[in-house]
Design a protein around this ligand. Structure first.
Ligand code: HEC
Length: 124
Protein backbone atom coordinates (compact mmCIF):
# COMPACT_ATOMS: atom_id res chain seq x y z
CA UNK A 1 0.00 0.00 0.00
CA UNK A 2 2.71 2.47 1.06
CA UNK A 3 4.66 1.66 -2.09
CA UNK A 4 1.78 2.94 -4.19
CA UNK A 5 0.86 5.93 -2.07
CA UNK A 6 4.33 7.44 -1.84
CA UNK A 7 5.02 7.98 -5.56
CA UNK A 8 1.47 9.23 -6.01
CA UNK A 9 1.98 11.79 -3.27
CA UNK A 10 5.25 13.06 -4.62
CA UNK A 11 3.63 13.32 -8.03
CA UNK A 12 0.71 15.31 -6.61
CA UNK A 13 3.13 17.59 -4.84
CA UNK A 14 5.27 18.11 -7.92
CA UNK A 15 2.22 19.07 -9.91
CA UNK A 16 1.11 21.38 -7.12
CA UNK A 17 4.51 23.06 -7.13
CA UNK A 18 4.41 23.65 -10.87
CA UNK A 19 1.79 26.38 -10.57
CA UNK A 20 2.10 30.11 -10.16
CA UNK A 21 4.89 31.40 -7.96
CA UNK A 22 3.47 33.85 -5.45
CA UNK A 23 6.19 33.45 -2.87
CA UNK A 24 6.39 36.20 -0.31
CA UNK A 25 9.38 34.78 1.56
CA UNK A 26 12.26 34.06 -0.77
CA UNK A 27 14.46 32.57 1.96
CA UNK A 28 12.15 29.60 2.49
CA UNK A 29 11.93 27.39 -0.56
CA UNK A 30 9.75 24.34 -0.26
CA UNK A 31 10.61 22.45 -3.43
CA UNK A 32 12.43 19.90 -1.25
CA UNK A 33 9.33 19.22 0.82
CA UNK A 34 8.85 15.50 0.13
CA UNK A 35 12.40 14.73 1.24
CA UNK A 36 11.99 16.54 4.53
CA UNK A 37 11.41 13.95 7.31
CA UNK A 38 8.98 16.38 8.97
CA UNK A 39 6.82 16.14 5.89
CA UNK A 40 6.34 12.40 6.00
CA UNK A 41 5.87 12.31 9.76
CA UNK A 42 3.31 15.14 9.79
CA UNK A 43 1.50 13.73 6.78
CA UNK A 44 0.96 10.40 8.54
CA UNK A 45 -0.30 12.10 11.70
CA UNK A 46 -2.71 14.29 9.77
CA UNK A 47 -3.96 11.31 7.77
CA UNK A 48 -4.61 9.34 10.98
CA UNK A 49 -6.58 12.15 12.60
CA UNK A 50 -9.80 13.87 11.54
CA UNK A 51 -8.10 16.91 10.01
CA UNK A 52 -9.03 16.10 6.45
CA UNK A 53 -12.73 16.06 7.24
CA UNK A 54 -12.46 19.87 7.47
CA UNK A 55 -9.27 20.75 5.60
CA UNK A 56 -8.25 20.16 2.01
CA UNK A 57 -4.78 20.80 0.71
CA UNK A 58 -5.61 23.31 -2.00
CA UNK A 59 -9.23 24.37 -1.52
CA UNK A 60 -11.01 26.01 1.37
CA UNK A 61 -13.50 23.67 3.03
CA UNK A 62 -14.89 23.94 6.56
CA UNK A 63 -11.44 25.16 7.46
CA UNK A 64 -8.87 27.03 5.39
CA UNK A 65 -6.87 25.06 2.81
CA UNK A 66 -3.51 23.89 4.08
CA UNK A 67 -1.85 25.75 1.22
CA UNK A 68 -3.47 28.97 2.49
CA UNK A 69 -2.34 28.24 6.05
CA UNK A 70 1.20 27.65 4.77
CA UNK A 71 1.04 30.89 2.81
CA UNK A 72 -0.16 32.88 5.82
CA UNK A 73 2.51 31.54 8.16
CA UNK A 74 5.40 31.28 5.71
CA UNK A 75 8.66 31.59 7.59
CA UNK A 76 6.97 30.90 10.95
CA UNK A 77 9.46 30.62 13.81
CA UNK A 78 9.42 27.95 16.54
CA UNK A 79 7.16 30.08 18.78
CA UNK A 80 4.55 30.42 16.04
CA UNK A 81 4.67 26.67 15.38
CA UNK A 82 4.11 26.05 19.10
CA UNK A 83 1.18 28.49 18.97
CA UNK A 84 -0.46 26.82 16.00
CA UNK A 85 -0.01 23.42 17.63
CA UNK A 86 -1.80 24.78 20.73
CA UNK A 87 -4.63 25.92 18.54
CA UNK A 88 -5.03 22.44 17.02
CA UNK A 89 -5.20 20.93 20.51
CA UNK A 90 -7.49 23.59 22.01
CA UNK A 91 -9.54 24.37 18.91
CA UNK A 92 -10.68 27.87 18.04
CA UNK A 93 -12.00 30.33 15.51
CA UNK A 94 -11.75 33.93 14.40
CA UNK A 95 -8.51 33.93 12.43
CA UNK A 96 -10.03 32.69 9.17
CA UNK A 97 -13.70 33.30 9.79
CA UNK A 98 -16.48 32.25 12.10
CA UNK A 99 -16.18 28.49 11.56
CA UNK A 100 -14.82 26.65 14.58
CA UNK A 101 -11.98 24.15 14.64
CA UNK A 102 -12.88 21.44 17.12
CA UNK A 103 -10.39 20.77 19.94
CA UNK A 104 -8.08 17.75 19.68
CA UNK A 105 -7.17 17.02 23.32
CA UNK A 106 -5.87 13.53 22.44
CA UNK A 107 -3.09 14.92 20.26
CA UNK A 108 0.22 15.60 22.02
CA UNK A 109 1.95 18.95 21.64
CA UNK A 110 4.79 17.16 19.86
CA UNK A 111 2.50 15.50 17.31
CA UNK A 112 0.56 18.72 16.77
CA UNK A 113 3.82 20.55 16.04
CA UNK A 114 4.78 17.82 13.57
CA UNK A 115 1.41 18.36 11.84
CA UNK A 116 2.01 22.11 11.68
CA UNK A 117 5.46 21.58 10.17
CA UNK A 118 3.97 19.35 7.52
CA UNK A 119 1.19 21.86 6.76
CA UNK A 120 3.71 24.69 6.44
CA UNK A 121 5.59 22.65 3.82
CA UNK A 122 2.47 22.66 1.64
CA UNK A 123 3.02 26.23 0.54
CA UNK A 124 2.52 26.48 -3.22
C1 HEC B 1 -14.37 20.53 12.60
C2 HEC B 1 -13.54 20.98 11.51
C3 HEC B 1 -12.02 20.95 11.71
C4 HEC B 1 -11.22 19.89 12.01
C5 HEC B 1 -11.64 18.46 12.32
C6 HEC B 1 -9.86 20.39 11.99
N1 HEC B 1 -9.84 21.72 11.69
FE1 HEC B 1 -8.20 22.91 11.54
N2 HEC B 1 -9.41 24.51 11.28
C7 HEC B 1 -10.79 24.48 11.16
C8 HEC B 1 -11.28 25.84 11.04
C9 HEC B 1 -12.74 26.25 10.89
C10 HEC B 1 -10.15 26.68 11.11
C11 HEC B 1 -10.10 28.22 11.10
C12 HEC B 1 -10.11 28.69 12.56
C13 HEC B 1 -10.01 30.18 12.69
O1 HEC B 1 -10.56 30.90 11.86
O2 HEC B 1 -9.37 30.65 13.66
C14 HEC B 1 -8.98 25.81 11.24
C15 HEC B 1 -7.68 26.27 11.31
C16 HEC B 1 -6.57 25.46 11.33
C17 HEC B 1 -5.21 25.94 11.30
C18 HEC B 1 -4.78 27.40 11.24
C19 HEC B 1 -4.95 28.02 12.62
C20 HEC B 1 -4.75 29.52 12.66
O3 HEC B 1 -4.84 30.07 13.77
O4 HEC B 1 -4.53 30.15 11.61
C21 HEC B 1 -4.39 24.83 11.35
C22 HEC B 1 -2.88 24.82 11.38
C23 HEC B 1 -5.26 23.68 11.42
N3 HEC B 1 -6.56 24.10 11.41
C24 HEC B 1 -4.83 22.38 11.48
C25 HEC B 1 -5.64 21.29 11.73
C26 HEC B 1 -5.17 19.97 12.01
C27 HEC B 1 -3.70 19.54 12.01
C28 HEC B 1 -6.26 19.18 12.23
C29 HEC B 1 -6.32 17.71 12.62
C30 HEC B 1 -5.70 17.37 13.88
C31 HEC B 1 -7.45 20.04 12.09
N4 HEC B 1 -7.03 21.30 11.79
C32 HEC B 1 -8.75 19.61 12.23
C33 HEC B 1 -11.59 23.36 11.17
C34 HEC B 1 -11.15 22.10 11.50
Amino acid sequence: MKKIILPLLSLALLTACGGSETSSSPEKKTAEAPKDPAYQNGLELVAKSDCLTCHKINDPFTGPSYAAVAEKYAGADAAKITDLAHKIIKGGMGVWGSAMMTPHPMISQEDAEAMVKYILLLKK
